[in-house]
Design a binder for this molecule. Sequence first.
Ligand SMILES: Cc1cc2nc3c(=O)[nH]c(=O)nc-3n(C[C@H](O)[C@H](O)[C@H](O)COP(=O)(O)OP(=O)(O)OC[C@H]3O[C@@H](n4cnc5c(N)ncnc54)[C@H](O)[C@@H]3O)c2cc1C
Length: 425
Amino acid sequence: MTREIEEIDTLVIGAGQAGVAMSEHLTQLGIPHLVLEKNRIAEAWRSGRWDSLVANGPAWHDRFPGMTFPGVDPDDFVPKEQIADYFVAYADKFNAPIRTGVEVKRLERNHRQPGFRVETSAGVIHARHVVAATGPFQRPVIPPIAPADRSLTQIHSAHYRNPQQLPDGGVLVVGAGSSGVQIADELQRAGKTVYLSVGAHDRPPRAYRQRDFCWWLGVLGLWDAASQPGKEHVTIAVSGARGGHTVDFRALAHQGVNLVGLTQSFREGEVTFANDLAENIARGDANYLALLDAADAYIARNGLDLPEEPEARHILPDPACLTNPIRRLNFAEAGITSIVWATGYAVDYSWLQVNAVDEAGRPQHQRGVSSEPGIYFLGLPWLSRRGSTFIWGVWHDAKYIADHIATQHKYLDYQDATQRRHTSW
Ligand SMILES: Cc1cc2nc3c(=O)[nH]c(=O)nc-3n(C[C@H](O)[C@H](O)[C@H](O)COP(=O)(O)OP(=O)(O)OC[C@H]3O[C@@H](n4cnc5c(N)ncnc54)[C@H](O)[C@@H]3O)c2cc1C
């Protein structure tokens, strides 16, 4: 039996925050569209994050312009389930045409006619435009140096849920971006011996002179910054946990977390760390202090009445793990039984069989408009700016893409003089 083939002007793939934002803008422009989601709306916030996760930015900031978080203080950090609920409610608000439980398997260009043929788990759809909103963090990445040691429990941060999930014994957390530091902190507070492998990072103050760092990045134009070659992958270490606090590696060490440098290699039950811990911490400090300087200059230039905060410049004494760094650790001797890899994610566009990804699988686009006319990407890191993967940022990128699709409609609707004469008869 042949299944009926559906046709739609614009197909959006993925109903995370990116897909919901896209649907809102397409709805406003009157562009017929459909959103396909293989799981549930905002699934990543429900099953792809650890139990205690709250937003890294305050509720007034980490949201779409059209709706606040109901019943939440604007300065609070919203728990992950409530964030997912927010996107479900937001989609309901404008009756977003989202079909859940449908996975896109393959997409290819039509021959001798415009648009694309999209194979899904529920049949074939033909679409003129397709927006890939499948997320910036699709495939958890564990680097190839990971040891093939069956006596160790190894999980990626995407699969970490809570301290009880790990076996008794110490933990090595590799990666000290927002995920790694928050997980290391939680594990140490749960009574575990924790080693945290720290690489290059930025660490803005949680708040300075009565303004959250999200506010500072906004007024200083840093959310809008374009990617700088070599700096794209420098992680930001921030935390909304326990009411929000500045990530301070020295404070973590004084609390009991053992800091180590970049994880280099594993061999015969031992791990080796690079001799770069002091340098990585110093660079993070420099980034922290530079933001304080920029904030002070902004306040002075604009004559703002925000109280001075000299104590923010106080740096704690160096802990022993910083002055005398551990370069080598034997798992058995240190009692380490598990590794949490907080080492980031990759994208996976293997289903996209068109000229929009390069040989290495990297999306080719400018501000989300891909090298294959009619295909768009949304939600990717640095798509248009630093803010592109964040809740508020993706909303603006979605607007740009919806406008681009509307402009294409104008071109396609154009009629020359002869055609106009025919239609006016
Ligand atoms: C630990 C962590 C904490 C974060 N905290 C914050 C924060 O506090 N504030 C903030 O602004 N940002 C935060 N982010 C960044 C970002 O907001 C989230 O990663 C967010 O989930 C990205 O939204 P998205 O819609 O682009 O992608 P996703 O949420 O990943 O949504 C993509 C959707 O596409 C679906 N999909 C994928 N492939 C297919 C297919 N082939 N067919 C159909 N459907 C498909 C998936 O099921 C998924 O639901 C955080 C990220 C992480 C990892």
